[in-house]
Write a protein that binds this ligand. Structure first.
Ligand SMILES: Nc1ncnc2c1ncn2[C@@H]1O[C@H](COP(=O)(O)OP(=O)(O)OP(=O)(O)O)[C@@H](O)[C@H]1O
Length: 334
């Protein structure tokens, strides 16, 4: 058994303030992130060798893998100063419309006059660029990533951290470290709220992210299907594990509205999420219908919540509930 606390101590001594995301496998294999910003390549390689050697000296360590990151150039922003609140949007499984809800919540809250950022941390399929119609890549200025601006929001996607042509296999600590950089070292300016679109699911990566970012609250998105609901329950218990308050459940694709005749059909069953929320004691934030125009507007980079219409109304109502639960109005900057 490797003594993780001892290992962290050894790493810290070998490279003060430069190691993070330490993992220890059951077989004694060890991984961590080593930040080598501001260092020449040769010096970085030497430091890596030294830190790996130090890690190998710890009792029980069988193998060592350091992941080098160089993006941490700028001094981190003072936490809690420029970003007043963080909201995580999560789902137990993929494809339930989590990103669509995150983007439209962000747009609706911005429309209420708050300064809002949207961070796309969905490493499995960053969709914020499509949802907001963002083109190109985020630029670096003074060693800080510059969020893009669209629909009254500042936005940054994990897609901007990698080469889109190269598939990246993210490991938990790497993904969490990339995300921390996007929160702390990007030039968000003053924000009342940063909405984070988490990767779907409740595995290690999501848990590590939730633990690292310590959001003020989380919104869980689910479809009314039973299977998705079981996964939503897992998401709720994941946040409970890391002491993050679940602000409530959003039911997406709750009722199918026929684009031709306007008739509503409950193809996944009626009120599944609402009943489940009541049963497990989590607030129900609202339901969004399955509507072809939501998909069309989203795919075209026009968040449906930007227009005042029948399809934007549920997003706006949910946004109002989230604003209340986060108490965003208190201490609101003028
Ligand atoms: N209420 C809705 N009505 C119609 N289409 C919707 C609705 N919500 C989302 N969609 C569509 O469903 C698809 C999946 O949505 P989205 O990308 O938001 O899901 P997700 O849960 O974030 O997926 P993943 O996390 O797996 O990337 C998109 O094409 C989106 O436009």
């Amino acid at each position: 058994m490797v003594d993780k606390a001892r290992l962290i101590e050894v790493l810290e001594r070998a490279a003060p303030g430069r190691t993070s995301g330490v993992t220890v496998g059951a077989d004694g294999s060890v991984g961590f992130v080593l930040a080598v910003d501001g260092m020449e390549r040769g010096a970085a390689t030497t430091l890596q060798a030294e830190v790996e050697r130090a890690a190998r000296s710890v009792l029980g360590v069988t193998g060592v893998r350091a992941i080098l990151t160089a993006e941490r150039g700028a001094a981190p922003a003072e936490p809690g100063k420029s970003i007043r609140h963080i909201l995580a949007v999560a789902s137990g499984k993929g494809g339930v419309g989590k990103s669509t809800v995150a983007a439209n919540l962000a747009v609706s809250i911005a429309a209420q006059g708050y300064r809002v950022g949207l961070l796309d941390a969905d490493i499995y399929g960053p969709s914020v660029p499509t949802l907001l119609g963002l083109e190109g890549r985020a630029m670096l200025e003074n060693n800080r990533l510059q969020p893009m601006e669209a629909h009254g929001l500042k936005a940054l996607s994990i897609g901007n951290m990698t080469d889109p042509d190269k598939a990246v296999v993210w490991r938990g600590p790497m993904a969490a470290s990339a995300m921390t950089q996007m929160i702390d070292n990007a030039d968000w300016g003053e924000l009342d709220l940063l909405v984070i679109d988490l990767p779907p699911g409740t595995g290690d990566i999501q848990l590590t992210m939730a633990q690292k970012i310590k959001p003020d609250g989380a919104v869980i998105v689910s479809t009314p299907q039973d299977l998705a609901l079981i996964d939503a329950r897992k998401a709720i218990s994941m946040f409970a594990q890391v002491d993050v308050q679940v602000l409530g459940l959003v039911e997406n694709m709750s009722v199918f509205v026929c684009p031709h005749c306007g008739e509503a059909s409950h193809i996944f069953g009626a009120h599944g999420a609402e009943e489940e929320a009541a049963r497990i004691g989590v607030p129900f934030l609202g339901a969004i219908p399955l509507h072809a125009s939501i998909r069309e507007a989203s795919d075209a980079g026009r968040p449906p919540a930007t227009a005042i219409s029948e399809i934007s109304a549920p997003y706006r109502e949910i946004a109002t509930r989230v604003v209340q639960r986060l108490n965003l109005a208190a201490g609101r900057a003028s």
